[in-house]
Design a protein around this ligand. Structure first.
Ligand SMILES: [Zn+2]
Length: 348
């Protein structure tokens, strides 16, 4: 047997949030050797690798596949997180995104996915974030004004969106490229307006930071998101002489948080710095800084692309287990990504 499985095993284990001891227990291997496998000091035999893979809910082929692409397993992701997010938490989320990425690439090695549009990539040194946002909207032929179905637009460009409850409010989203296939993971525990901003922010990273990593990456992704969801040309007149009582209606119309609208107004010079400060004071006094009103009125979208891919494979005569196997899951029960929608199962 060739190949080094260490990184693949560690990433899969981390994605589950397990210690080495927990995995050793579930795979019926001794922890000492498992630690050596993970550090590539020793290679598991076929039977042991099968047991480890099954315990992790993946196929041995998945682990081999992940280790074939050398150094590509634990790829750093763009992540929208707070400084207070615990390393154990965001590392687990990053491992999960890496797992989804390998599952998707395992599947796309066998089937070609076609999409209506694509996610363009720009050089951030040549294209300003707001210009990039305008170009993407133009390329996708999006109607002017608010973006109604954000997830649908992103998926129409072939970007896989996985929504999960991250069980923390400190991390909002992560994104990555899988060769030519973009993927993002978003936290469903956030309110819709915040989620939408996260999705647009991650799209900004995918468009602007696919190869070039810049010092002002976060600001650039935020500027991209602001222009993508609230195009200056359309929103500026509505933000002139902005008053607090207008914010709920503007939030309903644009699907962005009141603080994002206030920031937008400030960025577009329709309010002054002191007006912005007094907005935040008034919002605090009403308890809106911790929980904004109107969020629950906004439409929550569910990703559909992964389920549609599974549906297509079903229509080609494959069954659930074959689809799971193609994507490197141990069984259809373990398939967390490409679940056919006919059973009413979705990536949730
Ligand atoms: Zn970011």
């Amino acid at each position: 047997m060739t190949g080094q499985f260490g990184e693949a095993i560690t990433t899969a284990r981390r994605a589950r949030g397990w210690t080495q001891e927990q995995l050793a227990d579930r795979a019926d291997v001794v922890q000492g050797p498992l630690s050596r496998y993970e550090n590539d000091l020793r290679q598991p035999d076929d039977d042991t690798l099968d047991r480890i893979a099954f315990a992790l809910g993946v196929t041995a082929k998945f682990l081999r596949n992940a280790s074939d692409t050398r150094g590509a397993m634990a790829v750093e992701a763009h992540m929208r997180r707070r400084a207070t997010a615990k390393a154990t938490v965001w590392r687990r989320l990053e491992a999960r995104l890496n797992m989804y990425r390998i599952h998707a690439s395992t599947l796309t090695e066998q089937v070609t996915l076609q999409s209506e549009h694509y996610v363009p990539r720009f050089d951030p040194l040549e294209t300003r974030p707001d210009d990039a946002a305008r170009l993407v909207r133009m390329q996708w032929r999006m109607p002017v004004g608010p973006v109604r179905k954000l997830v649908r637009w992103i998926e129409s460009a072939g970007c896989l969106v996985v929504s999960e409850d991250f069980e923390t409010d400190r991390v909002d989203g992560l994104s990555q490229w899988i060769g030519d296939l973009p993927i993002m993971m978003i936290n469903t525990s956030a309110p819709t307006d915040r989620l939408r901003l996260t999705i647009a922010h991650e799209l900004g990273h995918l468009c602007l930071h696919s190869c070039e990593v810049t010092a002002s990456m976060e600001d650039e992704a935020n500027a991209f998101a602001a222009e993508f969801l609230m195009p200056a040309e359309m929103i500026r007149s509505q933000l002139r002489a902005l008053r607090l009582h207008q914010l709920p209606d503007l939030k309903r119309e644009w699907g962005t948080s009141m603080s994002a609208l206030a920031e937008r107004a400030y960025a577009l010079n329709t309010i002054t710095a002191s007006q912005r400060t007094s907005f935040y004071k008034m919002m605090s006094a009403r308890g809106w800084r911790t929980r904004e009103p109107v969020s629950e009125e906004l439409l929550t979208e569910r990703p559909e692309l992964a389920a549609r891919i599974a549906d297509t494979l079903i229509s080609r005569g494959l069954n659930d287990d074959e689809i799971a196997n193609m994507a490197g899951f141990a069984s259809s029960y373990h398939n967390r990504l490409f679940r056919p929608s006919s059973r009413g199962l979705r990536v949730v």
